[in-house]
Design a protein around this ligand. Structure first.
Ligand code: DUC
Ligand code: ZN
Ligand code: ZN
Length: 462
């Protein structure tokens, strides 16, 4: 199977030029102007951008959490991702306390293998790391699971103590892997939550009001100090506030290998959006929570000046009916998470590029190239180059689209961005050379996605 993509404007993190692309089987084999080659498929991309498929390095598909399970599985979730121009995800396998990481990996492989429609990798959420099982981390790295998420929040559930974090970081310092940190001071937050409940504050908004930005800033700072002592890099996930951003900026100014991602919900939504009647605000209950609106411009500045390097979604969808409703009378029982896997590229294009906040190259860098580099998938993924996987999106910068649960492909019954109009959307999507979306039709099939064995962080940045 071969494809010739003609007349497109190719945008990567570094380049912006017009040329034709020839794809043979799964790879890009030639890039040149005026290519005159016989191909099974010829696509005219005049007036369109040709970009590397997006990488969403923070998703939770089919994940047991908060007394229920996230409602997109690997089929619906990856299909929705593809409809948004994302051609590779890194999802989180979760080690249950008292079990080994290998068990979790086996479970997550099974969840994905017959379902994923695009390529996928895994991070491992570490909840239990006894001294005797440190070798599990090396075992995971050998399997291509080269990043580990640790929680400083959710005491007695997911949280690990500082010594465990430090031990994990000492290990990644040796293997070249990367610790991804959920940075919030869990013990303090738990106390504030208990006090709020005792005062009868049970509505969804109290989820946000009991998780101060200082608790995020403190934990970011602590995780950076632990990483510095361990001689390891650290990657802060879902950074949401100016307080936290300042700590990352300070560390980077010192030259420390500290990185962070933010997510569209923190860039486009704020506490001001949590003002709906009844239980509606539960749709915006995720962790970290929404912040005061002024934080948004700080985050945009962070994306521009590279204090933040990645935009992921933290896609963790729970239906409003029956799932979010578990917390109807108590905000602590609302499953934490929101749906976002489908609209990251559009939101960042419309709100970032079109609004003049970031350049086209930076858009690709934040959503594709740097995620691929950070998590050991570059240059197979994250760029348009000879030898790279033909994960290619033809992007129509003029296509208008209204985000809505009525038309989205996620298996969730609401949208965090219901009714938002965006300009710029996918035209055609290729995954390893196979056309999987054209004319708004899905042409791929469940199970065609491959597990990607990732290089280490240190390997990727050599
Ligand atoms: N952190 C995540 O990254 N996702 C879902 C919930 C959480 O706390
Ligand atoms: Zn988290
Ligand atoms: Zn998450």
């Amino acid at each position: 199977m071969s494809t010739l993509i003609k007349n497109g404007r190719i945008i990567t993190a570094e380049h912006d030029y017009s040329a034709d692309i020839f794809v043979e089987k799964e790879k890009i084999t030639t890039i040149s102007s005026n290519l005159n080659i016989e191909a099974d498929n010829v696509i005219d991309a005049s007036g369109k951008y040709v970009i590397p498929g997006g990488l969403d390095v923070h998703t939770h598909l089919d994940m047991p959490f908060g007394g229920t399970t996230s409602c997109d599985d690997f089929e619906t979730g990856t299909k929705a991702a593809a409809f948004g121009g994302t051609t590779c995800i890194i999802d989180f396998a979760t080690q249950s306390k008292g079990t080994r990481m290998r068990n979790a990996l086996d479970v997550w492989w099974k969840k994905a293998e017959n379902k994923a429609v695009i390529d996928y990798g895994f991070h491992m959420i570490v909840t239990d790391l006894p001294e005797a099982h440190m070798e599990d981390m090396s075992d995971m790295v050998r399997e291509g699971i080269t990043s580990f998420k640790l929680f400083m929040a959710y005491p007695n559930v997911l949280m690990v103590d500082d010594a465990t974090i430090f031990r994990a970081m000492q290990h990644t310092a040796k293997t070249g892997a990367l610790v991804c940190m959920h940075a919030e001071n869990g013990n303090v937050i738990d106390l504030i939550v208990k006090q709020a409940l005792a005062e009868g504050k049970t509505a969804p908004i109290y989820h946000a009001l009991t998780r101060p930005t200082t608790a995020e800033g403190e934990a970011v700072n602590r995780s950076i100090a632990l990483a510095e002592m361990a001689g390891a890099p650290v990657y802060i996930v879902h950074l949401s506030s100016s307080d936290a951003l300042d700590k990352v900026a300070e560390a980077r100014d010192k030259g420390l290998p500290v990185y962070a991602e933010t997510c569209p919900q923190y860039l486009f939504l704020s506490l001001d959006d949590m003002n709906k009647p009844g239980f509606e605000d539960a749709k915006l209950v995720f962790t970290p929570p929404l912040r005061e609106k002024w934080n948004q411009e700080k985050l945009w500045a962070g994306l521009k000046n590279n204090t933040l390097q990645v935009v992921s979604t933290d896609h963790c969808p729970f239906c409003f009916k029956e799932q979010k409703e578990l917390g109807l009378h108590d905000f602590t029982k609302i499953p934490n998470g929101g749906p976002g896997i489908e609209h990251r590229m559009q939101l960042m294009f419309d709100g970032g590029v079109r609004q003049g906040r970031i350049s086209l190259n930076r858009w690709v860098e934040l959503t594709s190239a740097t995620p691929a580099k950070m998590f050991g998938l570059y240059p197979e993924k994250g760029t348009i180059a000879v030898g790279s996987d033909a994960d290619i999106v033809i992007w129509d910068p003029e296509k208008e689209y209204t985000i809505s649960a009525k038309t989205h492909h996620m298996a969730v019954d609401y949208s965090m961005f219901e009714g938002k109009k965006v300009k710029g959307n996918i035209d055609t999507v290729f995954s390893r050379g196979e056309m999987i979306i054209r004319n708004d039709k899905f042409l791929g099939k469940a199970g065609r996605g491959n597990f990607v064995k990732r290089d280490t962080y240190a390997g990727a940045w050599k």
